[in-house]
Design a protein around this ligand. Structure first.
Ligand code: DP6
Length: 339
């Protein structure tokens, strides 16, 4: 067999209900749901060929990445049961992000989802089958939990929740059909308050949930917030959604601060930005709310209808607090770069 190529672009996502705490093989302690983004993405291209000796090469932005390559190789080698054809192939993998590597934005969701899409497409091509998005999401989850949600347009939900038929701990499901039109082009400006590398990895953070003093209370809160979130998505009530966004973001950081080995990822400028966002909301009544990932950077979420009012205010009040701002919005999910 000669060499063939697959290539996928996959976006990052921002969780409304946060995944924080896991068990077993990448299984979540609570269900989570996220907006799929568009301009923050990873492109992954894989050249593959049948070869007597299975070999994997990984480059980021054209260069061998000594720190990350072993993790990628180990992950792919762990998939031989899920994707048996891989053991007969040599793979040459190249990935690159649309956003600066050191911008402080987590790239595992976009990278692992683009990798899972590419690996599953190789299998589909070699076995003459259709690409199965449920399987792609399952593989992405094994790479990084939050990645399994990026596969779907607009919204992805991961983890079993009683009120959502078909929801599963094994993979995410599409949720765009369950949301009002207002969310299809929701804005998400990412305010990079600090691009310093995180002091504690997500994996270590998840582990601190085991035996956490608020463990049971957190999972009960996530369940109840998920139910309210589904209603706010259905009804299009941006204020109701925003209240949940902020509660989830601050709970996530509260859990970090309260864990047995406490840590704080928020910076003073994060708190200043939060105060200004809340003042803007109180003064204008506009549904402008924030979220946070496991880091100090603010995700500013709002409907397209208030874009003009937000932009001029943001440039004056928030941009000076930031190293840079990446303007993103909710998007249509992954793109096949070859077909
Ligand atoms: C705070 O998906 O990065 O972003 O499964 O260990 O790779 P691993 O963790 P990861 O955790 C992300 C947690 C979060 C919240 C979320 O995206 O739901």
């Amino acid at each position: 067999m000669s060499t063939a190529t697959v290539a996928w672009r996959s976006p990052s996502n921002i969780a409304i209900i946060k995944y924080w705490g896991k068990h077993g093989l990448q299984l979540p302690r609570n269900s989570s749901i996220s907006f799929t983004l568009s301009t923050a993405y990873t492109d992954t291209r894989i050249e593959f060929a049948e070869a007597p000796e299975h070999h994997i090469a990984y480059r980021y932005d054209g260069e061998i990445n000594e720190a990350f390559a072993p993790r990628v190789v180990k992950f792919i080698n762990s998939l031989h049961h899920e994707i048996p054809v891989l053991s007969r192939l040599s793979l040459s993998i190249d990935s690159v992000n649309s956003f600066p590597h050191s911008s402080g934005i987590a790239s595992s969701a976009s990278f692992m989802s683009s990798l899972a899409l590419s690996l599953c497409e190789i299998e589909a091509k070699m076995t003459g089958t259709e690409l199965d998005m449920q399987k792609v999401s399952h593989i992405a989850r094994l790479g990084s939990g939050s990645a399994c949600r990026s596969i779907f347009p607009v919204l992805g939900l991961w983890g079993t929740h009683d009120e959502v038929q078909g929801s599963s701990d094994m993979h995410a499901i599409a949720m765009a059909d369950h949301a009002a039109e207002i969310y299809a082009d929701y804005h998400n400006d990412i305010l990079i308050v600090s691009s310093e590398k995180k002091s504690v990895s997500s994996t270590a953070g998840h582990a601190l949930m085991d035996g956490h003093v608020y463990e049971a209370a957190r999972y009960a809160q996530a369940r109840s917030n998920m139910s309210q979130c589904l209603e706010a998505l259905r009804s299009g009530d941006a204020h109701a959604l925003g209240r949940i966004l902020e509660e989830e973001a601050l709970s996530l950081h509260g859990l970090m601060m309260n864990s047995s080995s406490s840590y704080i990822l928020l910076k003073p400028k994060t708190l200043t930005a939060i105060e200004r966002i809340r003042n803007f909301r109180a003064e204008t009544g506009h549904p402008l709310y924030f979220s946070l990932d496991a880091g100090p950077n603010i995700h500013l979420l709002y409907p397209a209808s208030i874009r003009d009012a937000v932009l001029s205010w943001r440039q004056e009040q928030l941009d000076p607090l930031c190293e840079r701002v990446l303007e993103d919005r909710v998007g249509e999910g992954p793109i096949n770069l070859i077909s």
